[in-house]
Design a protein around this ligand. Sequence first.
Ligand code: ZN
Length: 139
Amino acid sequence: MFPEERESLAAMTSEPSAGTRGPRWRALLEAHWQARVREVTELSLAYHVAAAAASDGTGDGADQPETRVLLGRTVAARRKLADVEDALGRLAAGRFGSCEQCGSAIPAGLLASAPETRYCSRCDAEPVLVPAVAGHLSR
Ligand SMILES: [Zn+2]
């Protein structure tokens, strides 16, 4: 065993971990979930208002640049909401806080700021090149 390995192992086992199933993660994720739901709701409303105003009875308002920007933001917010929901699912399944690629623990500090994080920083830095294939195989 290399010294670095021993060191990281010691860091792992001695880390005062609150665990990744604790109620504080659920509370944090639910707070994020509520914020995302609010964001999606507000953006959807703004999108529909903008589309209705822009269409002005003459055509489809969805073609207006402003409307398209709102649609893009709505889609992005929905995706983030889905990420938080996935994280809640992982929490329920007992897999929360583990990297989906290598299974190692995701640092608590990272989870605290972004609880929907799926990968450890190492795997995140090396994106999976064939996610579609991996998803297909796991089905
Ligand atoms: Zn990883």
